[in-house]
Design a protein around this ligand. Structure first.
Ligand SMILES: Cc1cc2nc3c(=O)[nH]c(=O)nc-3n(C[C@H](O)[C@H](O)[C@H](O)COP(=O)(O)OP(=O)(O)OC[C@H]3O[C@@H](n4cnc5c(N)ncnc54)[C@H](O)[C@@H]3O)c2cc1C
Length: 485
């Protein structure tokens, strides 16, 4: 029987397994190797806090690309949402932990199927994959120790999983950390990982929390501090001082890209997008609609840009792109605005130069755009800067090993790993693997837009089709234009 190992059990890895179960017409053994974040939930949907909401409306959060209303139908089946009118349910920004229940629930039906005729057996292994090597069966995923297994008929042997095919679905790189010699590494007032416990380190009322970064992770923390009624000062520092924008009610707008868009290069594309942003402003509409309209084309446009253009985009456009694309629910935006208005939250623009712990606080030393030095001192400093940006410096055993043996190679921008068509990993000599695949945020350098469920669900289904040697199924186009109530 064929064995497929999936490394990573967040949204992407879980849904790859679910699609293997749905689509296979022959017996297959699937082993999900997951450690770190909760199985079936991953980083985003592993939160236990009710105030952390999805930033995409329920109608666009189906985990299955060929069943667009699957998540809304699931929500409807929950007693909590039984009386929410249809239109509200579709436009709802549900709690992320509820979405985690949805994805984890899909996985449960695979780990413990009630249909005894199910051809695919799925097991989960709670362990860290640390290397992948060639083996008699194809590939062998080496595990850090070898612990609990849940599910049927697992293929683990000692501390390795032998498989014909392996899918890497390890999500975003962890945030960057300080060198081992840095005094901050063991300072309890500094939290390098915003998903680890920081609430137990909260200073007493009147204290100050400094958040490094002003994106969606910062928003999560501001919401939690408001929710628990913490009475102190929050300072968010970021290079540009930009905050995530709010969702809004949009309009139907023309698909404006010309037929030769793929060959226009960055400056040509910028000109067209700017023209449409201006036009929308003149129509008293939000110019972000022009960016939303690019979404079905973004991956293709990205692939057609030159390396120089991609670097230029990362340097000059990516920050504005991120705040425009990854917008937050109106209710969440209002809470952040309340915190700003009340003076509980302050946003400071500057580049972080150093962090100096003293007896009382940690001094975050910043350089502003005009060269002025600014110091923000915090009783607690939380790193919300997002994933480590240089993939080759990731410092995780699995990728250190894959990059050093050359089984995988970082992409040209060093944002993730290089893949060819249908997610097959390309090795350091340029050969396309016949057994190793990668999906999810690891493909950022190759696809740019590979972060949110509307892209990831398609990848999870397509990789399952590739592994099962099936033709791509026709799926309805994602509901990319967002009309918000
Ligand atoms: C805070 C937040 C909110 C978001 N909100 C939304 C939203 O509302 N809507 C939306 O569409 N998108 C949202 N996203 C984006 C997106 O949906 C997620 O990033 C997505 O869930 C990524 O899933 P993943 O499985 O690829 O990665 P992850 O969720 O990171 O899962 C990867 C898993 O692999 C494990 N792992 C990694 N390395 C190894 C290893 N070597 N061995 C074993 N296990 C390993 C990790 O511990 C983790 O459990 C959000 C993202 C974040 C971070």
């Amino acid at each position: 029987m064929t064995t497929i190992a999936i490394v990573g059990g967040g949204f992407s890895g879980t849904m790859a397994a679910v699609n293997l179960v749905r689509l296979s017409d022959h017996p297959v053994r699937v082993a999900i190797i997951n450690s770190g974040r909760p199985l079936g939930r991953g980083t985003a949907y592993g939160t236990t806090r009710a105030e952390h909401l999805l930033n995409v409306a329920a109608r666009n959060m189906s985990a299955l690309p060929d069943m667009p209303s699957h998540f809304v139908d699931w929500l409807r089946s929950r007693h909590d949402f039984r009386s929410v009118p249809d239109v509200e349910l579709r436009e709802m920004f549900a709690p992320r932990r509820v979405y985690g229940d949805y994805v984890r629930g899909l996985l449960e039906t695979c780990l413990h199927p009630i249909d005894a005729r199910c051809q695919v057996t799925v097991s989960s292994i709670d362990d860290e994959a640390v290397d992948i090597a060639a083996s008699d069966s194809g590939l062998s995923v080496l595990l850090k120790d070898g612990t609990a297994v849940e599910g049927r008929n697992c293929c683990r042997c000692g501390t390795a999983v032998d498989a014909e095919q392996v899918v890497l679905a390890t999500g975003n790189q962890p945030p960057g950390s300080f060198p081992a010699t840095s005094p901050l590494r063991h300072d309890p007032r500094y939290r390098s990982d915003p998903w680890d416990d920081w609430l137990s380190r909260l200073p007493p009322p009147g204290g100050k929390v400094v958040l490094l970064g002003a994106g969606l992770t910062m928003v999560d923390i501001v919401l939690t501090l408001a929710e628990i009624g913490w009475d102190g000062q929050i300072v968010a520092v970021s290079r540009h001082g930009m905050l995530p924008k709010s969702r809004f009610r949009g309009i139907a707008y023309e698909d404006y890209l010309p037929a030769d868009a793929d060959s226009l290069g960055l400056s040509g594309l910028r000109t067209i997008v700017q023209q449409h942003c201006e036009r929308l402003k003149q129509m008293s509409q939000n110019s972000a609609i022009a960016i939303d309209k690019l979404r079905p084309h973004t991956q293709r446009l990205w692939r057609n840009l030159s390396t120089e253009d991609k670097k230029e985009f990362l340097k000059h456009d990516a920050a504005a792109w991120n705040v425009t694309r990854h917008r937050i629910a109106v209710s969440i935006h209002n809470k952040v605005t309340d915190a700003l208005d009340a003076g509980r939250l302050k946003v400071v623009a500057g580049t972080i130069e150093s962090m100096v712990p003293d007896e009382q606080q940690i001094d975050v030393v910043l350089r502003s755009g005009d060269g002025t030095e600014l110091i923000q001192s915090g009783d607690l400093v939380i790193n919300c800067t997002g994933p480590q940006s240089r993939f080759s410096q990731i410092g995780l055993p699995l990728f250190d090993n894959l990059l050093s043996t050359g089984i995988a190679n970082s992409d040209e921008l060093d944002l993730g790993i290089q893949v060819g068509d249908d997610f097959a990993v390309i090795d350091k000599d340029g050969n396309t693997s016949s057994g190793l695949y990668a999906i999810g945020p690891l493909l950022k350098g190759s696809l740019w837009e590979t972060t949110a469920v509307p892209e990831l669900r398609g990848q999870a289904m397509r990789v399952a089709e590739v592994l099962l040697r099936r033709e791509p199924a026709a799926v309805p186009e994602a509901d990319v234009i967002e009309y918000y109530i």
